[in-house]
Ligand binder design. Structure first.
Ligand SMILES: [Fe+2]
Length: 386
């Protein structure tokens, strides 16, 4: 089957990317910059690196530093209003996925009026204009949100995550912004990126370029996450993680995530768990559930992880070996089993139908995702990683 591959957003990547970005903003004649971030990223001194670069180019800026995880719809509207008041002509989203998503979503409201809820109701349909450029500047290596069109927004009225499709105009990847990333954020973000790569490379919509990207991301993450976790200032590991997260993001934009992120989104909302924690828990069972439909891809993922898979191993035996490699990495990184978060097995399984109903991309999983299949998948997440 013919496949299309493209890239929605150019990437500026390197250890002086932030300075280079500021130069470009000045050269483009932008008058007023608006920085979106959260209080933690600002307090850690990361935003100051961006501010310094803007000041060095003589640029003026305003800031909103109250972005919350899983950005609620009302915050997006509030943010757009604040940006409008400053007259900003470019928006920088400096932070994790929630911040970059909020920055992108706020531009939709700024450029088109109304409330972000209107565009969520239209199922993210991009029937709106893009006028104000948004630069996405990740401060951790995980979501890949800088390169995806998806803005995941928490709809408060239904308590679900909804999506608006609006890519950034430029992704700015500067590994020095991740050096002060706390250990838990480094780890969760790393597993988020790994889950993107694993799900993308086993979806029903593969293409040859993005397979290469996803498999290379797997290799980089497995080899660099423990180093980035233990040696936060190791720029090579930070740089490799940032690149891995970005190419995994590009890969899943085209090939899609599937069953893992259905669980990850639903469990994240229902049990108030970090997205990356849910991702880590789901990866081994994603590998196992696609074993029969995607045996060659599972072997490729195993190879990228350096797993020795005997030639005569059955698809399920191969998947078990690869899944166990991931569980080893989870233990090394201190990932808590689902049971240890206080969630009972019954409570976990009970989210199965909502995980399907609230996340259309279950259709990107090989084989139908029935309620029974999702229940079995969640039960295995619960039982198989202790
Ligand atoms: Fe994710």
């Amino acid at each position: 089957m013919a496949a299309i591959y493209e890239q929605l957003c150019p990437v500026l990547f390197g250890d002086d990317a932030v300075e280079e970005m500021a130069k470009r903003i000045a050269e483009d004649g932008r008058k007023q910059v608006f920085i979106c971030c959260d209080a933690g990223v600002r307090k850690a001194g990361i935003v100051a690196l961006v501010e310094d670069a803007l000041k060095a180019e003589g640029l003026t800026y305003s800031m909103y530093d109250e972005i919350l995880p899983d950005t609620p719809d009302v915050v997006v509207d509030e943010l757009a209003e604040k940006i409008r008041q400053t007259g900003a002509d470019i928006i920088l989203g400096v932070g994790g996925g929630s911040t970059m998503d909020a920055a992108k979503a706020s531009a939709v409201v700024l450029d088109n009026g109304d409330s972000i809820r209107k565009y969520m109701e239209e199922n993210g349909n991009p029937g709106f204009v893009r006028k104000t450029p948004v630069y996405a500047i990740p401060t951790n290596a995980g979501t890949g949100s800088e390169n995806t069109p998806m803005c995941v927004i928490h709809e408060l009225s239904s308590d679900t995550k909804k999506v608006v499709l609006r890519p950034a105009e430029l992704a700015v990847l500067d590994p020095k912004l991740t050096v002060s990333c706390p250990r838990s954020v480094t780890v969760f973000a790393g597993f988020d990126a790994l889950s993107h790569a694993v799900e993308a490379s086993t979806s029903v919509a593969p293409n040859p370029r993005d397979m290469l990207l996803a498999l290379h991301a797997v290799k980089l993450i497995v080899n660099n996450l423990p180093i980035a976790m233990n040696e936060p200032e190791n720029m090579e590991a930070r740089s490799n993680m940032m690149f891995a997260s970005n190419i995994a993001g590009i890969a899943f934009t085209q090939m899609s995530v599937h069953i893992g992120h259905c669980f990850d989104h639903e469990a994240g909302i229902k049990f108030h768990m970090e997205h990356g924690h849910c991702c880590a828990l789901s990866i081994p069972e994603t590998i196992r559930i696609v074993a029969e439909d995607k045996p060659a891809e599972v072997r490729q993922i195993g190879e990228a992880m350096g797993v020795a898979i005997p030639e005569e191993a059955s698809p399920m035996e191969a998947a078990d070996l690869v899944a166990e490699r991931v569980r080893g990495l989870m233990r090394e990184c201190g990932i808590k089993p689902l049971k240890d978060t206080g969630v009972t097995k019954e409570e976990a399984i009970a989210i199965a139908q909502d995980a399907i109903d609230h996340n259309w991309f279950h259709i990107m999983c090989p084989g139908d995702v029935s309620r029974e299949k999702m229940e079995r998948y969640i039960a295995n997440i619960y039982d198989n990683y202790q």
